[in-house]
Design a protein around this ligand. Structure first.
Ligand code: FAD
Length: 473
């Protein structure tokens, strides 16, 4: 609970709509998308950068810890308060003022509270979109703070690659506003400060506004499920597709049989697309796209994809066991349902890993070989962005499993998987979800002392107030 003098002072700054203190109003801000359930002292909902600045200055001066929250779809316990009841959630959900589209510049200046789906709905009539695609519907501020990757990273890159500028409020006693909201793609006039705030979980400042690069909306899309002959054929298949399709190739997503089966079992709207309902051991969802409408006499994109698959099928290396082209919305529906399916098939212990692309299948094979002996009740339901080296390495244990109920079980399992991923394969323990309470111990373990010291110095310089769940100190 926040002392009543603070509640009154903050209400004066934000008005009645800007502060929530009643338990039922706090509930949705206290519960995260996956693991977390905390207790907020209050929720602040400023409506402008100036209001963010005023409340942040007040909170810093009075030692009130703040947790920035946007869409609350983050997966590492970064956007929700802890159980202490001391932390105040600073929600950006009212920051939807401003939507300045610059068509010539192919850029958008918008408040950090815009939902991705709303942004893209409004851009559609202009034939443009913000090209980050994922199975959740986050807000821009959270996407920037986590540097969201998503399924089309292969073609468009991550949020960082698509950000031109930001406005940020620092957690200092003045609530300093930094105007880094440049509309320029080329600007080398000093330190590129915006990069400090992208992918750093809100620890260095609160993003209130951004300028984003937009891309032409794809007007033609074709998708196929590809079944590689074995693990060793996945990379040759990716290379063959890249060689023949160039920048048409917009996604190359891997799905294990266990992840597909979990989605088919738990998401009733899905149809099993495989012959006789038999799910192959590993399936790739490949997508090709281009930005112009079909022209008369031009080969359709389905035909292009079919021709390329036929060439690969007949090639000497022959990495394909099966392949079929199908409707993009159905194929993506299965891919986007994997998270949901896995979540409902038991107790989920999820890892957001990345590797050099050529190491992904080797890592998964090693896990399949070693995990059963060490953790016999664990089922591996991996899927991910194979084209960019990302793996959502999900482990599921039966909800009533007694061994897995042991408090130490999850820690031992996490320690083992991260050790192999980071130490043996030189991978990342957080590919695209940034840092939160869930993976903080691994930041501490796997980040070199001098790098942690640098981050701590920067934090003290920029935002000395208690801000965010991640500790870079
Ligand atoms: C079903 C599902 C599928 C997903 N798939 C993907 C995927 O493919 N790729 C991927 O990258 N992620 C994925 N995610 C994770 C998540 O959607 C992303 O991390 C997303 O970008 C988080 O945005 P958000 O608005 O929900 O942020 P939140 O969850 O609200 O916050 C995330 C972090 O950012 C900080 N933060 C929030 N707003 C601000 C701000 N304005 N200023 C400073 N810091 C701030 C928070 O404190 C927290 O640390 C998925 C999540 C779900 C539930």
């Amino acid at each position: 609970m926040l002392e009543s003098r603070h509640v009154e002072a903050l209400r004066l700054l934000l008005g009645e709509k800007g502060i929530l203190t009643a338990a039922p109003d706090l509930a949705s801000y206290e519960t995260g998308a996956r693991y977390d359930r905390g207790q907020a002292a209050a929720v602040l909902r400023p409506g402008s950068t100036e209001e963010v600045s005023a409340v942040v200055a007040y909170c810093v001066r009075h030692g009130i810890p703040l947790i920035p929250q946007s869409g609350n779809t983050g997966l590492v316990s970064g956007s929700t308060p802890d159980m202490s009841g001391r932390e105040v959630v600073l929600s950006l959900d009212r920051m939807t003022d401003g939507f300045a589209l610059d068509i010539d510049n192919r850029s958008l200046r918008a408040g950090a509270g815009w939902r991705l789906s709303d942004v893209n709905r409004r851009l559609e009539e202009h034939g443009l979109f913000f090209p980050i695609d994922l199975g959740a519907d986050p807000r821009l501020g959270g996407m920037l703070a986590t540097n969201t990757g998503g399924s089309r990273f292969l073609k468009y890159g991550d949020v960082r690659r698509n950000t031109l500028g930001l406005t940020v409020v620092l957690a200092d006693e003045a609530g300093t506003i930094l105007h880094l909201a440049s509309d320029l793609r080329k600007n080398n006039t000093g330190v590129d400060w915006k990069q400090i705030f992208i992918g750093t979980s809100g620890a260095f400042g609160i993003i209130t506004e951004c300028v984003l690069n937009l891309e032409p909306l794809p007007r033609q899309v074709a998708t196929a499920y590809l079944v590689p002959r074995g693990d060793a054929e996945v990379m040759p298949l990716l290379r063959a597709m890249e060689e023949r399709l160039g920048s048409y190739l917009s996604a190359f997503e891997g799905m294990s049989a266990n992840a597909i089966s979990a989605a088919l079992n738990h998401v009733p709207s899905l149809r099993n697309p495989f012959e006789r309902g038999e799910v192959p051991a590993y399936v790739i969802l490949a997508e090709v796209s281009r930005s112009w409408a079909p022209r008369e006499g031009e080969q359709s994109l389905d035909q292009v994809l079919e021709a390329v698959l036929a060439e690969i099928w007949e090639s000497e290396a022959a990495p394909l066991a099966d392949a079929f082209v199908g409707p993009a919305h159905e194929m993506w529906a299965l891919r986007h349902a994997l998270s949901e399916g896995v979540k409902h098939s038991g107790r989920l212990i999820a890892f957001d890993l990345s590797f050099r692309r050529g190491d992904i299948m080797g890592f998964c094979a090693r896990m399949r070989a070693e995990l059963p002996a060490l953790f016999p009740t664990v089922r591996i339901c991996d899927f991910g962005h194979v084209g960019d080296g990302g793996v959502h390495f999900n482990l599921v244990v039966p909800k009533d499993d007694i061994v897995a109920g042991d408090a130490d079980f999850e820690r031992r399992l996490r320690d083992f998987v991260f050790k192999v991923a980071v130490e043996d394969f030189n991978g990342s323990f957080s590919a695209e979800h940034a840092i939160g309470r869930k993976n903080q111990p691994y930041y501490d373990l796997y980040t070199a002392r001098n790098i942690r010291d640098l981050a701590a110095g920067l934090k003290a310089l920029l935002s000395p107030g208690a801000l965010g769940a991640a500790r870079f100190g």
